[in-house]
Ligand binder design. Structure first.
Ligand code: ADE
Length: 279
């Protein structure tokens, strides 16, 4: 996969040289290029912002440096999609991700979808955002996707890009050493992950749950599933509304009943008389 990031603070992206993503770059699994938006300005002051039409606080990013920068990265297609392949015209448009609190929510499902792409381009806005016409213009060259990490406001897109590139990059084949670790983790099945323990089995008067020492793999798997249900009901009950409960074994239905949820038409429904939960 090729990833291009355009930012006025390229140094902000330095952590992408570390750890698993840094190693993936060294191993050639991920080609990641960071570009300084100011390199695409033409004035002496390398200006990237101006006052907003209609008035109001803050500054807006000017369209022309963005168009120059995005045209340059769109021209640099990954090898597989470059002009010397047999059918270059068949190559998909790269995806342009614009981090913004006004974007669609970035989730594990989005990360999985984007991990299939050949080229991703991230446009890090600062100030009050990028002139909206850039998004309209870019739609001719990219699949444009404004994306939000969550319902809070950051100072710019760079921190969001660090999070999204890590979430996407670790799904690329070969990046995470043991692919099994991608299977049983939070959000891979719509639930939060079960709690984990390591040695010693007794630590500061706290014992590891006995079932985990039993060697009974069926019992361990069931305990872990039920812990996922308990945690998700307590911390993220919103996730349970989406959970497919149609094929749950009886013991799992009982576990949900104990948490105050019944299965109705394959979906979990919180019993109105259930004890005061968090939500
Ligand atoms: N830029 C500013 N806030 C953001 C958010 N919540 N998600 C993604 N990008 C952002």
């Amino acid at each position: 996969m090729r990833i291009d990031v355009v930012s006025i603070f390229p140094e902000y992206l330095a952590p992408l040289e570390l750890s698993l993503i840094g190693k993936a770059r060294q191993d050639g699994l991920l080609q990641l290029n960071v570009h300084n938006l100011r390199d695409f300005t033409t004035d002496r002051h390398r200006t990237v912002d101006d006052t907003p039409y209609g008035g109001g606080a803050g500054m807006v990013m000017k369209p022309e440096p963005w168009a120059q920068a995005l045209a340059a990265v769109a021209a640099a297609r990954p090898e597989a999609a470059s002009a010397d392949t047999e059918a270059p015209e068949a190559a998909a448009k790269p995806v342009l991700i614009v981090p913004s609190p006004a974007g669609e929510r970035f989730t594990q499902a989005t990360a999985q979808e984007l991990a299939e792409e050949e080229q991703l381009v991230f446009a890090c806005g600062r100030y009050e955002g990028i002139d909206e016409r850039v998004m309209e213009w870019a739609a001719d060259h990219f699949t444009v996707r404004p994306m939000s990490l969550g319902d809070y406001v950051l100072n710019g897109g760079e921190v969001a890009v660090l999070a999204m590139v890590e979430a996407i990059g670790r799904l690329l084949p070969g990046v995470v050493g043991n692919p099994d670790s991608l299977v049983e983790e939070s959000h891979s099945d719509g639930l939060l992950e079960y709690p984990v323990y390591t040695k010693p089995s007794s630590w500061r008067d706290r014992d590891v749950p006995a079932v985990l020492l039993s060697g009974n793999h069926g019992k361990i798997a069931q305990w872990r599933r039920h812990e996922q249900y308990r945690r998700t009901a307590e911390r993220r009950p919103d996730l349970l509304a989406e959970f497919d409960a149609g094929k749950l074994p009886r013991a799992d239905r009982t576990a949900f009943a104990d948490l105050g949820y019944d299965v109705v038409d394959g979906r979990l429904r919180r019993r109105p008389d259930a004890g005061a939960g968090r939500n």
